[in-house]
Design a protein around this ligand. Sequence first.
Ligand code: CA
Length: 444
Amino acid sequence: MPPINETHDPALRSWVGSAQEPGCDFPLQNLPHAVFRRAGSSEPWRGGVAIGDQVLDLAAALASGAFDAASAAAREALADAALPALNALMARSPEDWSALRLALSRALREGAAAQARLAPALVPQAQVEYTVPAHIGDYTDFYTSVHHATNIGRLFRPDQPLMPNYKWVPIGYHGRASTIGVSGQAFARPQGQTLPAGATQPVFGACQRLDYELELGLYIGAGNAPGEPIPIGQAERHLFGVCLLNDWSARDIQAWEYQPLGPFLSKNFATTVSPWVVTLEALAPFRVPFVRPVEDPQPLPYLDDAQQRRAGAIDVQLEVWLETEASRAAGGGAMRLTRTSYRHAYWTPAQLVAHHSVNGCALQPGDLLGTGTLSGPTPGEAGALIELTRGGREPLALPDGSSRTFLRDGDAVILRGWCEAPGAARIGFGECRGTVLPARHPAG
Ligand code: CA
């Protein structure tokens, strides 16, 4: 678990003035990574770090000589962080990540000698576009909110909402990496088979119950060799960082297809991630104990240790916002649907890594683990429409006068996340936005 160090000092200020603006997601204490280029250009993709409302172009920063005096570990990590995908950086050790963070923090502080060399390497975030920041070889989606699992289970199986394995096994399924897109993604409403209520045969057509899922994504750092499990005490050394993730879900397709092997085409038509990856080290001030109710089964030994009990969970504040076509046209902006925190998750990031590899499964740098929908304990903390509308039975009244059971064409869903704690600088994740387009009807 990364320790608190000088890079977390809340008193630190950057020579990039916007980093100090109240509510800024990217103060000097954050320093998340992304892959970007100037919007609409044919420039090469390259790595960048967010500071205030700017991106520090790491390829330009490297070429500027501003880091020539930094440690060898920091310079080598910087060269990898400047590449068009972050896999090489992710494959490094936490010590290398930390050396790079320290060098960046010192170079971007008020009064830093590097300012003159680095200022030309800044690009306004308003002028850039992003791509998925790593080659994601494999994507696994978990199911770590017991509140979501119970709410969904009640709708699909009223007699047995929570399966008997839930409190023992971090439940997950293997997803598809090929349709993961970065914030700004727009995708066609999926088509598929559904079983209408009361029918005995399915129909084919556009999804009628399209939903979002509020999740976080965890990027794997260094991998493990096949057959060599990652012990719980080492698991966080294999976690590079965290992003926002929207696991778009076709509930009507899901209800018909999910037994016995779980979600398939109801989930793999689109998944949207935020461009910025917040490192585990940046999240150090926001760690909270992993707690398990005394009446629940305690984790098996391979999923439990003192470090997890002390600070295995992360307190990330999360919100879902909806922007409808009507609200966009009226200039009304987005409407908030949900506010919750990642701290309510039943399983921690380290437990997911330990469990995923315990059978010998190999994880690789850049692999993405979704946390599952992060619904909190109260109804207003639900991370999907199917929960907020109780299976579509109770439409949600929106401030613009319209209502929703499930998503309509033109709807944009925006996820936001940030962390705050006494004695720490507030840091944020930026946003994760995706838009639903009309279904593409096949010819004929
Ligand atoms: Ca999910």
